[in-house]
Design a protein around this ligand. Structure first.
Ligand code: ADP
Length: 399
């Protein structure tokens, strides 16, 4: 079936992972950084795990794609471009249009670009990545995989805001959620680990990274999720505020003499969350170190972060009418022993019990004790693999 490349294009970055399919073997991965900015560089991992770094000006995404493909040849990772038969692009916003991944043609590309108001930082960059690949490898299976698709199953009662209904009808003002590819992937793994069909389980997935979101999965579908119209909503994140009272936005604009709404969004997206609360760092590792040294604001940031998560778990378990499993994933979820310990210690009402020794291990595993009423798991997410699998489905359809 050939090789498939999963692409995550940001405004100045392009991350990739190349898979041998259907074996799902990673042959190479890497990142092009600072595209169009001074100090561009490219890091690529070879098949035997060696890292190669290249510093050179990279003006735009097309140059990034060309450099990436050239290096794949030069480093002998592929012998010919024709070995790459599919590309999957992560796209952040799919609105209500894309309930599933889509084969990219001109119409789909235009729809992705038209959805830019829903994700101004992401969709234009995703579209640029798509165009760059189309130009260099026009004939391969090209698929868009949307962060929002998994949440298309949210019931009306969970995606509507209590604002005049016509704003939803006219302007699409509703909750779309995000990180769908990750939530779907780890929920599928969780069901396998628990030995039951996903449709029979009530699961809460905690994607805790720089961006964090929580999803309630019931009947095998996304039932509720913490991110909103954009990824700004939900729990406290590294630099995003999460949920706040909308009146505060107007109040702060007045107090800070802000006239451009973009400026207040920048504060809420880039200067808030753990960074804003602690005043020192968006990285939980730094904050934990500072809290251990007695820094009050660091401890306060941790307490708020944990409490946010616990509140969502409580409300999601209630609205699902039960809870069978909790999954920790992404940077914090996969790596932070103390955070998992703190969060689970607040879940006594659900009779959640942690196994300390399992919590300290690494990799995909249960971390709950035998007598825990809810099974708790750590499952490393793999959005790129999920993207590559979707491309494979389309390749098969084309055969
Ligand atoms: P992104 O949302 O950018 O995909 P990741 O899922 O890679 O982010 O998570 C990155 C975040 O994970 C960083 O902000 C870092 O603070 C956090 N992180 C990584 N390892 C640890 C750890 N051992 N303890 C606490 N936080 C961690």
């Amino acid at each position: 079936m050939g090789k498939t490349i999963a692409i995550n294009a940001g405004s100045s970055t392009l991350k990739f992972k190349l898979f041998e399919m259907p074996e799902e073997r990673v042959i190479s991965s890497g990142t092009v950084d600072r595209i169009g900015i001074s100090g561009s560089n490219f890091t690529i991992k070879t098949t035997d795990g060696k890292k190669v770094e290249i510093d050179q000006p990279i003006k735009n995404h097309e140059e990034a794609v060309n450099l990436l493909l050239k290096e794949l040849l030069k480093l002998d990772i592929i012998k010919d471009y024709s070995e790459i038969t599919g590309v999957g692009h992560r796209v952040v916003a799919g609105g209500e249009i894309f309930q599933d991944s889509a084969l990219i043609d001109d119409k789909v590309l235009k729809q992705i670009e038209d959805l830019k108001e829903y994700a101004p930082l992401h969709n234009p960059a995703n579209a640029t990545g798509i165009r760059a690949f189309k130009k260099v490898l026009p004939d391969i299976t090209s698929v868009a995989v949307f962060d929002t698709s998994f949440h298309e199953t949210l019931p009306e009662k969970n995606y509507l805001y209590s604002i005049p209904y016509e704003y939803y009808e006219k302007y699409g003002a509703r909750k779309y959620g995000a990180h769908g590819t990750s939530h779907q992937y780890v929920a599928g793994r969780a069901a396998k680990m628990m030995g039951k069909p996903l449709e029979e389980l009530k699961i809460i997935t905690l994607h805790l990274g720089a961006g964090s979101s929580i999803t309630a999965i019931k009947d095998g579908k996304s039932f509720d999720t913490s991110m909103g119209f954009t990824p700004l909503a939900g729990i406290t994140m590294a630099t995003r505020s999460g949920d706040i009272d909308a009146s505060l936005v107007v109040y702060l604009m007045q107090k800070l003499n802000i006239t451009n709404p973009e400026d207040i969004l920048t504060i809420l997206n880039k200067k808030s969350g753990l960074l804003g609360l602690s005043g020192m760092s968006p990285d939980l590792r730094d904050i934990i170190d500072a809290a251990e040294k007695g820094e009050h604001r660091a401890q306060m940031a941790i307490d708020i972060f944990v409490n946010n998560i616990v509140k969502y778990i409580g409300s999601y378990a209630t609205e699902m009418g039960g809870l069978d499993g909790i999954v920790f994933t992404a940077g914090i979820g996969e790596n932070s022993v103390p955070m998992r310990e703190k969060i689970t210690s607040e879940l006594g009402i659900f009779n959640v019990k942690l196994d300390q020794a399992l919590n300290e291990k690494r990799g995909e595993r249960f971390i709950s004790a035998e007598d825990s009423a809810v099974q708790v798991m750590v499952i490393p997410t793999d959005e790129e693999l999920a993207i590559a699998r979707d491309v494979e489905k389309f390749k098969k359809m084309g055969d």
